[in-house]
Write a protein that binds this ligand. Structure first.
Ligand SMILES: C[S@@+](CC[C@H](N)C(=O)[O-])C[C@H]1O[C@@H](n2cnc3c(N)ncnc32)[C@H](O)[C@@H]1O
Length: 366
């Protein structure tokens, strides 16, 4: 491949040739070579698991920015019957992914070498996956426009610094939302990302329902079911909301509907992040790594949990007490009659329905 050395790797059930260049953790940059990031294996695992959990057979799947074809080829191998198309604007990537598909004995529905914006202006799919370098915002409009009724759209964002509030102006420009740089910024950022999808979908008289959304490593991911019709789009917009954060105490409140007097972040998605019917059926496969099973376990426990977590290190600094053991805090909140669960967003994070004053009382008593 143009003198670029390749090496063979294994991921999921696939064998892939990828450029033999050193890679660290974290987001990748466009080097002009077909891109492969091993850290994203868990992301691809989760997509495979959700598709298997949904049990939809024979769906058309577009790996819209497919690079080496890692996702599309895995979906073809691990979600039997899926009709996969891989698209990438890079000719070198398209050539490599075709060879990768052949090496795995996978017959792709089609391999397209085009800008995704051009391709989706002519074609629709039941699942459209968008995994770009950095922000997915430039691709949202065409993805939701092309999404079919009862279809799915999967979005990955690696501009987490922007979504988490390190670059407020960029967040306004890209997502038209104010971020919040506090302990729960990953959840706020994920809600800003989904909120942006909700508003874009609504412009096309479409609705979204997040089935599986999470933030891990250097990226955020949301897979959403898409509905059609003005009424459903209006319902989606009614789940938009805001965050009010008291900088003195650390209290934060997620509210749906019109902005409260004091808005600290938003507009953002104030509805559910995980769909119980889908997440409860996620079943890690034997070839997947322990990290994937761990994430699945945390997400299953988090379904239906209240919005916005507290990080116990942050709370302890605010309340000037030493951090309690997580298990003791969860027990104490349960004994006091509250919901309390760990969250995948942070090992020190807790989600609870206790109001601020109640949480402080229990916290100080542990
Ligand atoms: C982050 S990589 C995708 C990684 C891949 N999804 C995976 O799981 O390994 C982004 C890819 O998008 C391609 N790309 C960038 N802009 C594009 C566009 N407008 N249309 C199609 N492909 C594009 C790049 O060539 C690159 O291969």
């Amino acid at each position: 491949m143009n003198g670029v050395r390749l090496r063979e790797i294994r991921e999921g059930l696939a064998r892939l040739h990828v450029p033999d260049i050193p890679r660290g953790r974290g987001p990748g940059k466009d080097t002009g070579l077909p891109f492969y990031n091993p850290t994203m294996e868990k992301n691809r695992d989760m997509t495979v698991l959700l598709m298997r959990a949904l049990g939809r057979h024979g769906v058309t799947f577009l790996d819209g920015l497919s690079a080496t074809g890692a996702l599309g080829i895995r979906v073809a191998l691990e979600v039997r019957g899926t009709r996969v198309t891989c698209n990438d604007q890079s000719k070198t990537a398209s050539e490599l992914l075709l060879k990768n598909a052949e090496m795995n004995g996978v017959r792709l529905e089609s391999v397209v070498n085009d800008r995704i914006q051009a391709h989706l202006s002519k074609t629709s799919y039941e699942f459209i996956d968008i995994d770009p370098f950095g922000t997915p915002v430039p691709y949202l409009d065409i993805a939701f426009q092309a999404a079919l009724r009862d279809g799915l759209v999967g979005i990955t964002a690696t501009d987490t610094a922007v979504l988490c509030g390190a670059q407020t102006k960029a967040c306004f420009r890209h997502y038209e939302a104010r971020p919040l740089h506090i302990d729960c910024c990953k959840e706020v950022g994920l809600r800003i990302l989904i909120g942006c999808c909700a508003r874009v979908a609504a412009r096309h008289d479409k609705s979204i329902t997040p089935l599986l959304s999470f933030s891990t490593d250097h990226y955020m991911r949301a897979i959403m079911a898409v509905g059609t019709g003005a009424r459903k789009a209006d319902e989606t917009l009614s789940r938009m909301g805001h965050v009010a954060h008291d900088t003195e105490t650390g209290e934060r409140l997620l509210s749906m509907g019109p902005p409260p007097d004091q808005v600290s972040a938003g507009p953002l998605w104030a509805g559910g992040l995980l769909d119980e019917g889908s997440v409860s059926h996620l079943t890690p496969l034997h070839h997947m790594r322990h990290e994937t099973s761990q994430l699945v376990g945390l997400l299953k426990a988090e379904v239906g949990a209240p919005g916005l977590f507290y990080d116990t290190d942050y709370l302890s600094r605010k309340l000037r007490v030493s951090p309690p053991k997580m298990s003791a805090l969860i027990d104490a909140l349960h004994k006091a009659g509250f919901v309390a669960v760990r969250t995948h967003f942070s090992p020190e994070g807790i989600k609870t329905d206790a109001a601020w004053g109640e949480l402080v009382e229990v916290y100080k008593g542990v």
